[in-house]
Design a protein around this ligand. Structure first.
Ligand code: HMG
Ligand code: MG
Length: 301
């Protein structure tokens, strides 16, 4: 299949990017970040997670964030929802898109959500049903698509099976997560090909963490198979509190720079995303891992 001419970026920085930050990020800074990313033209900005605040304290203010943001027409603000309690919170916050999540590893499923893979699907089914009935769009995540922090190897057939089940529950798109950033391009290619037997490629997204510096190469391998939705996080923020050793997501700025070089449209203002990255890095007191942002800022200076 040919490379796509257009790619949709799903910005996960305000959720995946911040969920494992050790220091509490003030609600107004999360809101300001979301505004900046949406104003840059990003069509989907993951804005929070209605998960247990005991499990992920950093997302405890997701109601406040969702209530405070000014929603830009043309941008969606998905949130993670693990169960019906999370769904009710999302509905009360007038969310229009939710993301349910499962994992292709039993141990990770237990560590991250305190249930087996089968139980995670039993939780996801009513969430999908209720979301669709409420007129929401429902996205699905499959974590550990290229490896698990506890079990290491993960079978692509298992990833494909789970993705197919989430699709059957009504998810419009399944995002395949390399949660610990362990994959390499050939592995990513083979996994995506296996999943594409169950879910049309147009309904698949890729979500790479960049622990081993392979994320851009993996994305290119997946673009070559026709994938046209890419998850990324501004400034390369990110990590999962229950995936020890995982680094941040692939940086949105780096993805945009590569896509531009491939003549693939995103409709996103690169400089505005760099500025958003600078803002959140200043706020967090950390440096961006985005090489493209660093090079752009060095040149501008
Ligand atoms: P549990 O403790 O088994 O849940 O957690 P429970 O149903 O037994 O409830 C225990 C308590 O939690 C109760 O409160 C519930 O009300 C409360 P208590 O009676 O003790 O006061 N509770 C909730 N509170 C608020 N919102 C909720 C909620 N649910 C229960 N939704 C649970 C099970 C799934 C809730 C928990 O394990 C959890 O929240 N896990 C989420 C972990 C997480 O967010 N991980 C990071 C996101 S996944 C990720 O990063 C990967 C991804 O980026 C893709 C990739 O990279 O691969 C998406
Ligand atoms: Mg992730």
């Amino acid at each position: 299949m040919a490379m796509p001419k257009q790619v949709r970026i799903v910005e996960v920085g305000p959720r995946d990017g911040l969920q494992a930050e050790p220091r509490t990020v003030p609600t107004e800074d999360k809101v300001a970040l979301i505004h900046r990313l949406a104003d840059a033209g990003i069509p989907a900005v993951e804005a929070g997670a209605f998960v247990s605040p005991k499990w992920v304290p950093q997302m405890a203010d997701s109601e406040a964030v969702l209530n405070a943001i000014e929603r830009r027409p043309g941008t969606v603000y998905p949130v993670l929802v693990p169960n019906m309690k999370g769904f009710e919170r999302a509905r009360a916050a007038n969310v229009t898109e939710i993301a349910t999540f499962s994992a292709a590893s039993e141990t990770f499923s237990q560590k991250n959500t305190n249930c087996s893979i089968a139980e995670s699907l039993d939780r996801a089914a009513p969430v999908c049903e209720a979301g669709l009935a409420a007129g929401m769009r429902v996205r699905g995540y499959v974590s550990c698509a290229l490896g698990c922090p506890y079990e290491r190897e993960v079978d692509s057939d298992k990833v494909a099976d789970l993705a197919g089940k989430l699709l059957a529950m009504g998810c419009y798109e399944i995002s395949l997560g390399d949660t610990i950033g362990i994959g390499t391009p050939a592995k990513a290619h083979n996994m995506l090909q296996a999943v594409a037997n169950e879910v049309p490629i147009e309904q698949l997204a890729v979500h790479f963490h960049d622990t081993y510096g392979q994320a851009l190469a993996n994305i290119l391998a997946c673009l070559e198979l026709g994938v046209a939705t890419i998850d990324s996080a501004v400034a390369g923020l990110g990590g999962c509190p229950y995936a020890p050793g995982a680094a941040g997501n692939v940086a949105t700025e780096d993805v945009l720079y590569m896509l531009d070089g491939l003549n693939i449209e995103t409709g996103i203002d690169f400089a505005a995303v760099v500025a958003a990255g600078q803002f959140i890095c200043d706020t967090l007191g950390r440096t961006s891992t985005s090489k493209a942002a660093q090079a752009f800022l060095a040149k501008a200076a």
